[in-house]
Design a protein around this ligand. Structure first.
Ligand SMILES: [Zn+2]
Length: 169
């Protein structure tokens, strides 16, 4: 999944559970594997030995890199623009929501066994778009629909928490 969707899930978790950082951070991290399971198309470098100017590298530079830069920029700005958002928890949850892909990136650069074990788990839980290609249009529809749902849910969660905790115990 594109990072803007993983990031939005982290923002939702932070704002739904501001009183429970441990739950918000775990939910953000676990949500990554759940979201990766949804049918979609991923650009990126599947192979660390991919050659410069190869289609993988071109896709990465065209799509994954701007997606990553925009996600991190917006995630950093959002709690500064929306005062009711918890700042550190929002940043932490966005980081937790994209962390599996960062670990995967490290696994492509290092052969350290724990990283490779995580990579196998990540691949196993990931929708396989090589086996079942998802057309670009559908990929966009799926991402935009889920992103919109996350934004609406975050707005509702902030409002609900303003009138008492969503998870009061
Ligand atoms: Zn992933």
């Amino acid at each position: 999944m594109h990072w803007f969707l993983h990031g939005a899930t982290g923002v939702l978790a932070a704002n739904a559970l501001p009183q429970h950082p441990e739950l918000a951070l775990s939910a953000s991290f676990i949500s990554h594997y759940a979201l990766d399971h949804v049918p979609h198309w991923d650009p990126g470098i599947a192979d660390a030995t991919a050659k410069w100017r190869s289609p993988e590298v071109r896709e990465f530079l065209l799509i994954s890199l701007p997606d990553g830069v925009l996600t991190v920029t917006f995630a950093l700005l959002l709690p500064l623009l929306v005062p009711s958002m918890p700042m550190w928890l929002t940043w932490g949850c966005v980081a937790a929501a994209i962390l599996p892909d960062i670990i995967d990136g490290a696994a492509k650069l290092s052969n350290w066994p724990p990283l490779q074990a995580h990579r196998r788990l990540h691949d196993a839980t990931h929708f396989n778009h090589y086996l079942m290609p998802v057309p670009w249009g559908w990929n966009l529809v799926i991402h935009v629909a889920m992103f919109t749902a996350m934004i609406v849910a975050t707005y509702l969660a902030i409002n609900a928490n303003a009138h008492g905790s969503l998870l009061a115990y």
